[in-house]
Write a protein that binds this ligand. Structure first.
Ligand code: BDP
Length: 718
C-alpha cells in the first residue's frame, strides 16, 4: 500500500515538474523547457551561466528573453545578463559588427539575412558560446537552435553549427474569417479576436510568434483566401497593425488576402477590371495606405476565379493581368503578391487535374518579379496522397511557391493521428525530370528564377483557439514539421519527428522511439483506410468528414466522388493516360512514361492514372479487388498498432495529454473502421467480387453507411 502510494506520488512529482503548477495541456508546444535530468544539467550548466547581447534591440531582446525562459526552465537557473564577456560560461548573442567578434573569423557570407552560426570559441581567454548572424533575426533563430539542442538531449560541449533557410518566404495561411470561423479549422475559433483588437493584444499572440519563430516561419497571412474586403478598411488595418507590432520582434511579417472585387465592395467603383485606370489607382492608394499603417507589411495573397471567387477573368483578363496590377502597387514598398494557381472553372468539362496547368503554364514569364504563383502540392486538392503538381518545374521563369495544407481537411480532421511530414517529404523529393531548375520538386522551389528572386512555401494553418492550438496534441507536429520543411525543403520527416517528439514529450529514447514509429506509419494508415492505391476525393460532401464514395448527384461533376474513382462493372480508377484525359502529358516525358503504364506506375498511384479491371494482377499477385480490401484492413490494423504503442507509454508521459491522445486514437479506430466498412460495402456493390479469405464483411449494409449524415461537422465554408 505504501509502496503504491509512493509510486503514485513520485509519478505526480515527475509530471508536475518543479516549475509547473498545472497539468500539461499542450499549450507550450515545442517550447516546454522542462527540467533536464541531473546529468545533462550538470554538463550544460557551466557553459550557460550568463548572456551578453545588444538587448536594446527588440529582436535581440526577444532572443534574450527566450534564452532566459528556456534555460530557466531546463536548468532551473536563469542566466544573468552581463555587459561584457567577463568570465567563462557566457553566451554571446551578436551580429557581424559586434566588437566581441573583431578577432574571430566567422563565415558570415554564407549566412544570408536570416541564417546564423553557433560556435564554442575562446574570446579574450573566456570559453564562450557565440550565436552570431548578419541580422538580428538570425541571432533569434540561433537562440532557438541552441535551446533545441538542450531540449533534444544533444551535448553542447563543443558546438559548430551554421544554418540558413533555403526559402525566403515561409508563411502560414490562416483560413480565418472575420467572424472567427476558421474554414477547414478543427481547433476551435480563430485566434484573431478582431472584436477586441487593437485595444487588447491577447498574450497568446506573443506565444504564437515565439512558436513560429522557433521553427523559422517569417510571415503570416491572417485572413481566409475566400476573402472579405472589409479587412482592407481603415478600422481593420488598425487591428492588423496591432498584430504586426506583436510579431515584429519575432521576424514575422503580416500579409492579408485581397478580394479581387474590393474596389467595388469597399471602394464604390463600378468595376474591378485590372486594366481600368480607376481600379489601378484605387489599389495603389489602398496599398499606400496599408504601408502608412504597417510599414513592413508583407503583401497580398489572392484566390481569384476559383470556386466562385471574383478575379480578372470576370473582365476577360488573365491571371497575369490581375497579379501584375497588385504587384505594381506593392513594388515600391517591397511587397509581394502570392497568386494562387488553385483554379478550376465552373463550366469547364476538362479533367480538373489539368485545369491549373492549362491556365498558368502559358503565363510563364509574364508575371512581375514580385509575384509568386502559389501551387498546391497536387493538382486536385490536398488528398491523403496525390502525385506532385505538374506545374512544378514547368514554369522556369516564374517563382512557384509550394502550398501545403497543415490542417487535415481530408485526413481525419483533428482526431486522426496523421503525421504529414512523410507526405511532404514524398512530394518534395519527387523527381520532376525537368532539370532546368533542378529536378526534384524541392529544387524547383528553392532555386530562384534570378539572383535575389523570391522563393517560398505556404502552409494552411491548423491553429485555433483550443488550448493545445491545433485541436490535438499530435497535430502540433504538423505545424512544427511545416516550419522545418519551409526552412529546408530537403529535410527529412523522420529527423523532424524525432526532434518534435523529444521537445514535446520528453527526450528519453523510450518515449521518442515509439512516438516516432507511430508518426512515421500514420499517414500511410490514413491513405489505406480512406483512399488506397491512388484513389482520392471520396470524402462526404461539403465538410469532407467521413466516407462518401457513392455521392454522384452534386451540381458540378468534379465535386462528386464518383467522378474521381469511376468504378463500374469492369473496374475502377481514373484514366489519365492517352486513352483517357491525358493529364499525364502535363508531366515531363520521363514521368509521363513511368506513370503511363500500369506496369511501371507505383501501386500507390495506380488508380490515380489508370482505370483497371477488378481482376488486374497487382505486384503482390493479388487481384486489384483483393488488394483493395487488404489495404483497407491494413489501415485499420495500423491504427490498432498505434493504440498499442500509445498504451505502452502510459506511465512515461504526463496523464492529461496521454489521456487525450488515447481517446482520440479510439475515435480514429472507430472512424477507420467506418471508412473501411463503408468503402468495401460500396465498392463491392459494383465489383460484385467476394471478399478475400480472412477479411470480414462490413458490419452493416451499404444503405446504413449512406444514411449517415453529419451536417454539423466542423470547418465547412461559411
Ligand atoms: C479546398 C477547401 C476550400 C478552400 C479551397 C481553396 O475545401 O475550403 O477554400 O480548397 O484552397 O480544399 O481555396
Amino acid at each position: 500500500m505504501w509502496r503504491k502510494l509512493l509510486t503514485v506520488l513520485s509519478a505526480f512529482m515527475v509530471f508536475t515538474g518543479t516549475n509547473q503548477a498545472h497539468a500539461e495541456d499542450g499549450y507550450d508546444l515545442w517550447l516546454r523547457y522542462r527540467p533536464l535530468d541531473s546529468v545533462a544539467k550538470a554538463r550544460a550548466e557551466p557553459a550557460l551561466r550568463y548572456l551578453v547581447g545588444p538587448t536594446e534591440r527588440p529582436i535581440i531582446a526577444a532572443a534574450a528573453d527566450e534564452l532566459k525562459r528556456g534555460l530557466g526552465g531546463m536548468l532551473g537557473a536563469t542566466p544573468g545578463q552581463h555587459q561584457t564577456l567577463d568570465e567563462a560560461g557566457g553566451i554571446l548573442i551578436a551580429t557581424r559588427d559586434s566588437v566581441h567578434l573583431e578577432m574571430a573569423e566567422l563565415p558570415f557570407d554564407r549566412l544570408g539575412d536570416e541564417g546564423y552560426l553557433i560556435r564554442t570559441l575562446e574570446i579574450g581567454g573566456k570559453r564562450t558560446i557565440v550565436i552570431a548572424a548578419n541580422k538580428d533575426i538570425g541571432a533569434l533563430y540561433g537562440v532557438f537552435r541552441l535551446l533545441k539542442l538542450l531540449q533534444t538531449g544533444q551535448p553542447i560541449d563543443t558546438i559548430d553549427i551554421a544554418d540558413a533557410p533555403r526559402l525566403k518566404l515561409r508563411v502560414l495561411n490562416h483560413w480565418d474569417n472575420l467572424n472567427r470561423h476558421v474554414e477547414r479549422g478543427y481547433a476551435g475559433q480563430s485566434i484573431w479576436d478582431w472584436q477586441k483588437l487593437p485595444g487588447y493584444k491577447d498574450p497568446r499572440y506573443t506565444d504564437y510568434a515565439r512558436a513560429n519563430a522557433a521553427i523559422g516561419i517569417n510571415g503570416t497571412v491572417l485572413t481566409n483566401v475566400n476573402a472579405n474586403a472589409d479587412i482592407l478598411t481603415a478600422p481593420y488595418l488598425e487591428k492588423v497593425k496591432a498584430l504586426a507590432e506583436v510579431f515584429r520582434p519575432y521576424g514575422i511579417r503580416v500579409y492579408l488576402t485581397a478580394r479581387f472585387s474590393a474596389p467595388i465592395e469597399i471602394g464604390g467603383l463600378k468595376t474591378a477590371d485590372p486594366l481600368d485606370p480607376a481600379v489601378r489607382a484605387w489599389w495603389r492608394a489602398k496599398i499606400d495606405a496599408i504601408y502608412r499603417v504597417i510599414p513592413d507589411f508583407g503583401g497580398l495573397l489572392v484566390k481569384a476565379n476559383s470556386e466562385g471567387q471574383p478575379g480578372p477573368a470576370d473582365y476577360k483578363r488573365s491571371h497575369a493581368d490581375g497579379a501584375n496590377m497588385l504587384a505594381d502597387a506593392l513594388a515600391p514598398h517591397g511587397g509581394v503578391v502570392m497568386w494562387r494557381a488553385f483554379v478550376y472553372a465552373a463550366a469547364n468539362p476538362e479533367d480538373r487535374h489539368k485545369q491549373a496547368f492549362a491556365e498558368f503554364q502559358p503565363l510563364d514569364g509574364k508575371f512581375r518579379d514580385n509575384v509568386l504563383v502559389q501551387v498546391k502540392n497536387g493538382a486536385i486538392d490536398f488528398q491523403p496522397r496525390e502525385p506532385f503538381h505538374p506545374l512544378f518545374g514547368a514554369m522556369p521563369k516564374t517563382p512557384l511557391m509550394m502550398e501545403f495544407q497543415i490542417t487535415k481537411e481530408y485526413l481525419g480532421f483533428a482526431t486522426h493521428l496523421a503525421y504529414l511530414g512523410t507526405m511532404w517529404e514524398e512530394v518534395l523529393e519527387a523527381d520532376t525530370a525537368r532539370p532546368r531548375r533542378g529536378a526534384t520538386v524541392a529544387r524547383t522551389i528553392e532555386t530562384p528564377v534570378d539572383t535575389g528572386a523570391a522563393t517560398g512555401m505556404a502552409g494552411v494553418a491548423n491553429i485555433g483557439s483550443d488550448r493545445n492550438w491545433s485541436g490535438s496534441q499530435f497535430d502540433q507536429a504538423n505545424w512544427y514539421a511545416y516550419g522545418r520543411f519551409a526552412w529546408d525543403p530537403d529535410a527529412h520527416a523522420e529527423a523532424i519527428a524525432r526532434d518534435w517528439a523529444a521537445m514535446t514529450w520528453g527526450s528519453d529514447p523510450a518515449v521518442v522511439t515509439p512516438i516516432v514509429a507511430m508518426m512515421m506509419a500514420s499517414r500511410e494508415a490514413v491513405v489505406d483506410y480512406m483512399t488506397p492505391l491512388g484513389l482520392g476525393h471520396l470524402m462526404a460532401t461539403g465538410h469532407h468528414y467521413g466516407p462518401g464514395p457513392w455521392v454522384s448527384d452534386l451540381a458540378r461533376p468534379e465535386w462528386n466522388p464518383t467522378y474521381y474513382h469511376k468504378a463500374d462493372a469492369t473496374g475502377i480508377g481514373f484514366d489519365r493516360t492517352k486513352t483517357g484525359t491525358n493529364a499525364l502529358a502535363q508531366y515531363a516525358p520521363e514521368v509521363a512514361r513511368r506513370w503511363g503504364s500500369p506496369n511501371t506506375v507505383p501501386d500507390e498511384l495506380l488508380l490515380w492514372f489508370h482505370h483497371v479491371s477488378w481482376d488486374y494482377r497487382m505486384r503482390s499477385r493479388r487481384t486489384l479487388w483483393d488488394e483493395m480490401v487488404v489495404r483497407y484492413d491494413a489501415g485499420v490494423a495500423a491504427v490498432a498498432a498505434m493504440q498499442a504503442r500509445w498504451d505502452g507509454l502510459k506511465d512515461k508521459v504526463d496523464p492529461q495529454r496521454w489521456e487525450e491522445v488515447h481517446s482520440f486514437l479510439a475515435i480514429q479506430q472507430d472512424e477507420a473502421l467506418w471508412w473501411r466498412d463503408a468503402s468495401i460495402a460500396y465498392f463491392q456493390s459494383i465489383s460484385k467480387r467476394p471478399l478475400p479469405a480472412g477479411h470480414a464483411a462490413p458490419a452493416h449494409d451499404l444503405g446504413w453507411y449512406e444514411a449517415i449524415k453529419t451536417p454539423y461537422a466542423p470547418g465547412g465554408a461559411q
